[in-house]
Design a protein around this ligand. Structure first.
Ligand SMILES: Cc1ncc(COP(=O)(O)O)c(C=O)c1O
Length: 403
């Protein structure tokens, strides 16, 4: 911890000219929802779209000063962009190995920063073993995404920023992937303000740090897909485990619905795009999972904004359905000309917008000479959809709300 603390002060000086000091803003809406004063730290507005660039810059600076020929990393996401960006700043060659499943937008962004991208393997571990081989062959430096003192010290610079931005910080909520960020924040805050509570958040599909702490040794978990894809690693690092297991106050887990809801609310209320990993901190707060924070100053770090467009689309639709701003209705209606027209006429009368229609004639459960219709509607209120269903009933069509 002391070593990270000391190096983080150097990191601050080294990287300050290349990064943004991201805003820290109190949110009235989320404070009301959580029963404490919620401050959002907008690292989604950081260069490259996430805090990962902080650690990448500090590490790259150090290996550049030591005369490295180039750098190699394995990553499907934000570490890739951070390393590519840092290499460009210091004029180093960079090779990033990305799993073949990496979304095209992330591949393009990484190439855009000037890295050579190699697609290899289905999962991170396969990409990593090739990256290590390349580092060996080319005599480049391999840059680990979290289990590295300089990477951790770089991430710790967020804590120094927070200390300047808010005088009384009671609690900091931080997501845990491999644990580099949490280790960095802990190493500064537990030394400068030992009373600050640090709460870690993991997706419930991959609680690797929580499990490891319970078992008192690093354990591996199955990597299952999550909206918080940046938090999905199989195992945490030795360095990060050592720091976090002895100092963190609590680790809570959030499920996919809670992460999606948080992303939706951040878009709708805070007008900010946060990826699942970053939104997990607010998810933990608004779902009431963190005890003893009433009236406290609580910082939720929104760690990144590089959400895949297809996942944002799903999150928005899900949120609109959940908040009753969109609804799906369905019914079996006679398969005769003009039926669909009469149905849509009723909907138009209520000034509701049709987002999507599914029309299916054949299927085991569809009576002969009938057709199944499912309609996705944008609605002003729940009453509007009840009126539509009543009017459809009057016209001879029985529709139901799809819950
Ligand atoms: C947006 C975002 N949040 C959180 C994390 C977790 O960071 P760490 O692996 O240092 O725990 C990552 C890691 O890639 C990330 O990209």
């Amino acid at each position: 911890m002391e070593e990270v603390y000391n190096r983080s002060k150097v990191a601050l000086e080294v990287i300050r000219n290349y990064i943004h000091t991201t805003p820290l803003d109190v949110s009235i809406t989320f404070s009301k929802m959580s029963g404490c004063r919620v401050y959002l730290k907008y690292e989604n507005l950081q260069k490259t779209g996430s805090f990962k660039v902080r650690g990448a810059l500090f590490k790259t600076h150090n290996v550049y000063s030591e005369g490295t020929k180039g750098i190699v990393a394995a990553s499907a996401g934000n570490h890739a962009q951070g390393v590519a960006f840092a290499a460009k700043i210091f004029g180093l060659r960079s090779v990033i190995v990305m799993p073949i499943t990496t979304p095209i937008s992330k591949i393009e962004a990484t190439i855009g920063y000037g890295a050579e991208v190699i697609l290899h393997g289905n999962i991170f571990d396969e990409a990593e073993s090739l990256a290590l081989n390349i580092a060996n062959e080319k005599h480049y430096t391999y840059i680990h995404p979290f289990n590295d003192i300089d990477i951790i010290a770089g991430q710790a610079t967020i804590a120094w920023e927070l200390l300047k931005q808010l005088e009384n910080i009671d609690v900091v909520v931080v997501p845990i992937g491999g644990g580099g960020l949490a280790s960095g924040i802990i190493s500064v805050l537990k030394i400068v303000r030992p009373n600050t509570k640090i709460i870690g958040v993991e997706p419930s599909v991959a609680p690797k740090m929580k499990k490891s702490i319970e078992m008192k040794k690093i354990v591996q978990v199955d990597a299952r897909p999550s909206l918080a894809d940046s938090l999905i690693v199989k195992r945490v690092g030795e360095i990060t485990f050592k720091i976090i297991s002895s100092t963190i106050d609590e680790i809570v887990t959030v499920d996919e619905d809670e992460i999606a809801h948080s992303m939706y609310l951040l878009l709708e209320r805070a007008k900010t795009l946060v990826e699942g990993a970053g939104a997990s901190t607010l998810a933990a707060l608004i779902s009431g999972k963190i005890q003893g924070i009433e009236n406290k100053n609580v910082v939720a770090i929104l760690t990144g904004g590089n959400a895949d467009l297809t996942s944002i689309y799903r999150v928005i639709i899900r949120g609109l359905l959940k908040h009753g701003k969109m609804v799906k209705i369905y019914g079996y209606v006679p398969d005769t000309p003009g039926t669909l027209y009469r149905i849509t006429e009723v909907i138009a009368k209520h000034r509701c917008n049709i987002v999507d229609i599914r029309h299916e004639r054949f299927g085991e459960r569809i009576p002969l000479l009938y057709t199944y219709i499912e309609i996705l509607l944008e609605i002003p209120s729940r009453e509007a959809v009840n009126s539509i269903i009543n009017d459809l009933q009057k016209s001879g069509f029985e529709f139901h709300i799809n819950m």
